[in-house]
Write a protein that binds this ligand. Structure first.
Ligand SMILES: [Zn+2]
Length: 216
């Protein structure tokens, strides 16, 4: 089993640049003696992309794991989820008054930050600590293209799982549907509503939390 060394996810896909390889091969055929080396594009090593953190990887960077090691990894993930579980589905405020929702989607735990009308950023939760009774969540801003958007803007073409959808009005992406409720979404896209006021009320009685956004 191939595992991404950055986020330990197995959602890793080989990127088939087969079209480009064929193109280079055809071009080489027109070069003098090109017929002798037109096979070269096909022996270049393949790249891999991790859908969860978006890292581009070569084959030798991938971690190869058997099911036992994978089980250990799963336990670690479950442990993180247990630690974060009191906050799952809740809105929290961080030390800099930023407002985030802690939510689970596509098997990963995310922080969704709302900075204003339609201004949403997703982060991946990577660790949880408690220091002097203050919970601390560490997150990474590195999120794969598939998991980066929670809102599809009107007129956007966004491809999800080989499905390209065209939208006339903003809607929640597949991940967005798991992370946000319809009601939350309607507040986020409505510029007539006072979003700051709404957000403040959402996490009024929540305890403060320290959020540490790791460098990439
Ligand atoms: Zn990854």
């Amino acid at each position: 089993m191939d595992i991404c060394p950055i986020c330990k996810s197995d959602d890793v896909e080989k990127t088939y640049s087969i079209g480009l390889r064929v193109l280079v091969c055809v071009i080489l055929l027109f070069v003098p003696f090109g017929i002798f080396f037109c096979w070269i594009p096909f022996v270049f090593p393949y790249r891999h992309v991790c859908h969860v953190c978006g890292t581009d990887l070569s084959s030798d960077q991938l971690l190869r794991m058997d099911w036992r090691e994978k089980e250990e990894l799963l336990k670690e993930h479950q442990h993180l989820e247990e630690m974060v579980s009191p906050f799952l589905g809740k809105w929290v405020k961080d030390q800099e008054e930023g407002i985030f929702k802690v939510a689970k989607g596509k098997g990963q735990i995310f922080l969704v930050e709302i900075q204003g009308v339609r201004k949403v950023t997703t982060y991946r939760v990577v660790a949880y600590n408690e220091q002097n009774n203050v919970p601390e969540i560490k997150v990474s801003p590195k999120v794969g293209a598939k998991f980066r958007h929670v809102i599809k803007e009107a007129g956007d073409f966004i491809s999800f799982d080989d499905e390209t959808e065209y939208t006339n009005e903003p809607s929640l992406t597949e991940l967005g549907k798991e992370l946000l409720t319809e009601d939350e979404f309607n507040h986020i896209i409505d510029s007539d509503l006072d979003i700051d006021d709404w957000l403040k009320n959402l996490c009024m009685d929540q305890q403060k939390i320290k959020i540490d956004i790791l460098a990439e």
